[in-house]
Design a protein around this ligand. Structure first.
Ligand code: ZN
Length: 193
C-alpha cells in the first residue's frame, strides 16, 4: 500500500485488486495515517457530478488548482480532438507542461492499478517527442492527489480487455479504450485532504 499522506510505500501490505466495501488496510509506518481502501462511489452517490456541465466546471476548478500547485498560471484546454486535455501555461506565456486530470471517487489504495485509455500514453509520447515537455497524469482520488509523469523509456502495461467509462457505452469495443495499467504504488502523492 501507499500512504495517501506522506507517499511512502509499505510493500508488506498489498493493495487489493478490487475493493467492494470500505475497510482499513493498515497504518502508515512513517506518519501513522490510517490507510483506507474505499471503492468507487455509485453514480447516484456522486451528486456533484450529476450533470456533465457540473462535471466540466469541477474539472476547470481542479485543473486551476493543479497549475497553481506546480507554480504555473493557466490551465489551458486543448482542442477537443487532442488526446491530452490541457497545458499549464506560465504567466509569461511559456508552456510549462501538458497534463491530463482525472477524478476518481475511490481512495488511492482501493485498486492496485489505475486504468485510463492507452491512447493517452501514445499521445503523451508524441507530445513529449515533439516538445520535450513533461506530460503529467494527475489523479484526484477521494483522499489525495497523485501524479504519474510520462516516462519515455518506461514499458507501460496494456490491459487485455477494452474498458469504457459507463457514460460512453458506444466505445466499449473500441481499440481506443484498451487501458494502460499503472500500479498506484508508483504514483507520487501530491497533497491530501
Ligand atoms: Zn504516511
Amino acid at each position: 500500500m501507499i500512504c495517501h499522506k506522506c507517499g511512502i510505500v509499505d510493500s508488506l501490505i498489498a493493495i487489493p485488486e478490487i475493493t467492494r466495501y470500505s475497510h482499513i488496510l493498515g497504518e502508515c509506518k512513517r506518519c501513522q495515517a490510517s490507510i483506507v481502501a474505499a471503492p468507487t462511489l455509485r453514480k447516484s452517490e456522486v451528486s456533484q457530478q450529476a450533470t456533465v456541465g457540473q462535471g466540466e466546471y469541477r474539472e476547470e476548478i481542479l485543473a486551476s488548482q493543479y497549475v497553481q500547485m506546480i507554480g504555473s498560471s493557466i490551465a489551458e484546454k486543448l482542442p477537443p480532438y487532442s488526446d491530452i486535455d490541457r497545458k499549464a501555461v506560465d504567466a509569461d506565456g511559456k508552456v510549462r507542461a501538458y497534463f491530463e486530470l482525472k477524478e476518481r471517487s475511490n481512495t488511492l489504495n482501493a485498486y492496485r492499478v489505475t486504468k485510463f485509455p492507452y491512447a493517452k500514453i501514445e499521445a503523451a509520447a508524441r507530445l513529449h517527442a515533439e516538445t520535450s515537455l513533461e506530460v503529467h497524469f494527475v489523479l484526484v482520488f477521494a483522499d489525495c492527489w497523485a501524479r504519474h509523469i510520462f516516462q519515455p523509456h518506461a514499458a507501460y502495461e496494456k490491459g487485455a480487455l477494452p474498458f469504457a467509462p459507463s457514460y460512453r457505452p458506444g466505445q466499449r469495443t473500441s481499440m481506443r479504450q484498451i487501458p494502460v495499467l499503472i500500479p498506484v504504488e508508483t504514483f507520487e502523492v501530491l497533497k491530501h485532504e
